[in-house]
Design a protein around this ligand. Structure first.
Ligand code: FAD
Length: 429
């Protein structure tokens, strides 16, 4: 009867440079591509908000539909299920006599616990995780995973000599699926200005590096707003529509073609910051989500419902932060500078428990990434493993420096109007 492999997809919604897919298709007679939509994502639980908000969900649906369409071109399909992932995967294992389950390694603690439960319940199945969301493999790291360097600087020093693998090609052929019906997902195509999925991610990556925009990255990436000031790769990295290795390779190619080391190096450093938070998240497990963080020291903040609600909706009374929060609500994206100002304000000015802010970002950010989001929040709240983290930002000084003509504050001071007549977000104003 031969072997059946189940490839359990998560934030790796692509065919190119996908080590888990390469592993899954190897030496198997049948291959099931499975994605589980967990109803818990949409239920408000911890910190008053559901994990997945409406805009991010639309983006995810686009990513899933694009992957399904690409699989159909290879006589395959994406099987989408609603329900508890542990129950669904268990049922499929029995139903199809699955002998092997493969997935990309995940930072989220729920996802890690699901994996642990499944491997314990099905000891006869071969379980395998691959590193598809990072530049390095776990096996390459010069430290044990539960001994991740305490500071970003130390991490960068330690990984500097490591080689970054070249991206893998998409498979030319795929093993067949077994017959199984799946649900279709309806995308609200007018709701967003960016389109989720591997095709658009690859297109964006190519267009960005063919354009003039990277030439200004180093001088402009700290700007408060503007589509062209930073790469916006995070939008497609978040769901794994493109990989960090593809991004890194594109930067190297750009550096060679343009003889531009400054901007290229700054972009590579940005990807390495992301890299740190992935391994940091894996290293600290549920410490990534605890009030006392990874350092184990509880901050002096608390939960104040009125202050938190005002912050969320752009009514905190700090105009630069209110602009950022309105932009987030309207578009699902804000710049790195705006994220820092908003987070610092919630924790240091409003004295609110940082986890509520992290969960609000998780709900709203189209580019939500577990390690990057919760890690950066820990860094700002001063509960990461780096004792130098947690310095408050001077909002007045930051406003004068990054918004001297009040353009950003003016742009978002009234009720947000996210869409232009063409249906495109007007990032430029
Ligand atoms: C409080 C807070 C929450 C954040 N939450 C997220 C999140 O959920 N998802 C997310 O991808 N990033 C998050 N970031 C990091 C950063 O703000 C975004 O990665 C960046 O703004 C995305 O825009 P870009 O792709 O144009 O970035 P660019 O400046 O063009 O950088 C290129 C890539 O490098 C990575 N990167 C750059 N800076 C960082 C950083 N500080 N931490 C991690 N990765 C980085 C991203 O993958 C990014 O796409 C957060 C930062 C803060 C301060």
């Amino acid at each position: 009867m031969g072997h059946t492999t189940l490839y359990w997809l998560g934030q790796d919604l692509r065919l190119h440079d996908n080590p888990a897919l390469q592993q899954a298709k190897h030496n198997t007679d049948r291959l099931l591509f499975v994605y589980c939509i967990d109803p818990n994502w949409f239920k408000p639980k911890r910190y008053h908000n559901a994990a997945v908000g409406k805009m991010r969900w639309q983006f995810m649906v686009q990513c899933l539909n694009n992957l399904h369409a690409n699989l159909c071109k290879q006589q395959q399909q994406l099987l989408i299920f609603h329900g508890s992932p542990v129950g669904i995967i268990s049922q499929l294992i029995s139903q199809h006599q699955v002998s092997r389950v493969v997935r990309s390694r995940q930072v989220g603690i729920d996802e890690q616990r699901q994996w642990q439960r499944l491997t314990a319940h099905h000891p006869d199945v071969f379980w395998r995780e691959e590193d598809g969301a990072t530049l390095y493999d776990l096996a390459q790291l010069p430290f044990a995973i539960n001994d991740c360097p305490k500071t970003m600087a130390d991490f960068l020093l330690q990984v500097d000599p490591l080689a970054i693998a070249a991206p893998l090609l998409a498979p030319a052929t795929l093993p067949p699926s077994t017959p199984h019906s799946t649900v279709g997902l309806q995308a609200d195509t007018d709701a967003l200005s960016v389109i989720g999925g591997e095709n658009d991610g690859l297109r964006h990556l190519a267009q960005y590096f063919e354009s003039e925009q990277p030439n200004h990255y180093h001088s402009q990436c700290d700007a408060l707003q503007g589509w062209h000031n930073s790469s916006k790769l995070s939008l497609w990295l978040g769901q794994g529509c493109i990989s960090p290795r593809q991004s890194y390779a594109a930067i190297s190619q750009y550096q060679t073609l343009h003889n531009d080391s400054d901007n290229g190096e700054a972009l590579k450093q940005a990807l390495l910051r992301r890299e740190y938070w992935q391994w940091y998240g894996l290293s600290h497990g549920d410490g990534l989500f605890k009030f006392a963080g990874s350092c184990g020291q509880r901050p002096l903040t608390s939960f104040y419902s009125n202050r938190f609600t005002a912050w969320c909706h752009g009514n905190s009374g700090y105009p630069i932060v209110d602009a950022a929060m309105r932009e987030l609500l309207a578009t699902g994206y804000i710049s790195n500078r705006a994220r820092q100002l908003a987070a610092s304000c919630l924790v240091h000015q409003l004295q609110v428990d940082w986890r509520y802010g992290a969960a609000w970002f998780e709900h709203h950010l189209l580019d939500y990434d577990c390690g990057s989001n919760w890690g950066n929040w820990q860094h700002i709240a001063g509960v990461s493993s780096d004792p130098d983290d947690g310095k408050p930002l001077d909002l007045q000084q930051q406003s004068e420096r990054f918004d001297p003509e009040h353009r950003y504050r003016r742009r978002w001071q009234s009720e947000a109007t996210p869409l232009t007549a063409s249906g495109e977000l007007n990032w430029q104003q």
